[in-house]
Design a protein around this ligand. Sequence first.
Ligand SMILES: Nc1ncnc2c1ncn2[C@@H]1O[C@H](COP(=O)(O)OP(=O)(O)OP(=O)(O)O)[C@@H](O)[C@H]1O
Ligand SMILES: [Mg+2]
Length: 421
Amino acid sequence: MQRVAMAANESTSSEAAMRLVIDEICAYTGWPVGHAYLVDTARQELYPTDLWRLDLPAEHAEFKAMNMAARFGLGVGLPGAVLRDRRPYWIEDVAQDAHFPGGRTRSGLGVISSFAFPVLVGKEVVAAMEFATGTRTPSDPQLLDIMANIGTQLGRVVERERASELLESRVAERTRQLEAANRELSQRAIELTAINTELESFSYSVSHDLRAPLRGIFGFSQALQEDFGRRLGSDGEAMLDRIKSASQRMGRLIDDLLGLSRVTRAEMVRETVDLSAMAREICTELRKLSPKRQIEVNIQPGIAAVGDPRLLRVLLQNLLDNAYKFTSRTENARISFTCEETEHGPGYIVSDNGAGFEMQYAGKLFGAFQRLHSLKELEGTGIGLATVQRIVHRHGGLVRAQGAPGKGASFQFTLGTQGAK
Ligand SMILES: Nc1ncnc2c1ncn2[C@@H]1O[C@H](COP(=O)(O)OP(=O)(O)OP(=O)(O)O)[C@@H](O)[C@H]1O
Ligand SMILES: [Mg+2]
């Protein structure tokens, strides 16, 4: 019987364990009836289960039917006594015992002796096992002790089952939460993409539509100057000049905005790009624009990157443009393009020893139309670094600026390691 207790303890489910215990106890005692009840915790009563063993089915059919229809509250019947007192009971003659109010009827059902024991989880009765026979059998205290032990082992199985059910339900709950969060995130991503696309096409069409009236302003100012210039006098002509140059500048701003928008909208390809060669070409062109300038250019050879060649060219063009522009008043101007390892992969650096800037404004430079140097000092619309940042972000990288007034500036960017957007 100790072996039964151990086997029960090794069962995977409490139902399997109880079935095994019923079979083994019936086999050991030679009793023909075994049955399990479960506890309805809310109502504090035992209700019958399908776990039955009937070796003489015809003889005990009515006994089974009667039990299947019954429920046993605290102290009601043998199962109710077990539930109330949390200990085994043995009844030699059910017809004589107080626990069987309907005992006489029962003895007519082929049952004379009966015992039952609780399945305990701690002090809580979670089930009861009941056995019966038609042969009068005196109480066997030693056997009852073993039954109590089996009840405790069964309780362990129930306890384990409960713990794993709890764990499973927690895991399921957590999974549900994660899935919901995921769904929300992808929904957000879809919404954001939609909003971005909308914004992009809005700014694109606005910029586009602004061009026509702007051409009108420029064209009619020009016509006015040509046809009526003399009548307007020199003050009037000067004003028209200012209208014309303002509209030209606005035209440049619009073009740059469209360029920025194109950078965001363009399809990306990814290939290996020789950035050193690209930088050399750009610098050769820049030199041609101001051939008289003395400027030392250092380009580290063999710098390669994986990215979109067209966008990377726009990026380098903007950084080198700036380096040229902001060293235009520097003696012994120097510009360099180098590469060094960073924690986010290779960091590409364009630096110069030009005008520099106050570090406190370093973050602002990347906003569209943000400029630290006045127009009178140096030309520009302030869209270059915004473009640079967008290109870097589309490659999954980061860009940052460093500088000090009069000491030069350096711009470092990374291009991410994978998955360009
Ligand atoms: N190499 C640099 N040295 C010093 N300041 C710089 C340098 N590069 C950029 N800046 C500062 O950042 C501002 C923004 O640069 P950005 O390239 O966006 O605009 P821009 O060069 O003025 O105009 P655009 O590039 O649109 O023609 C510049 O106006 C300047 O104040
Ligand atoms: Mg620029």
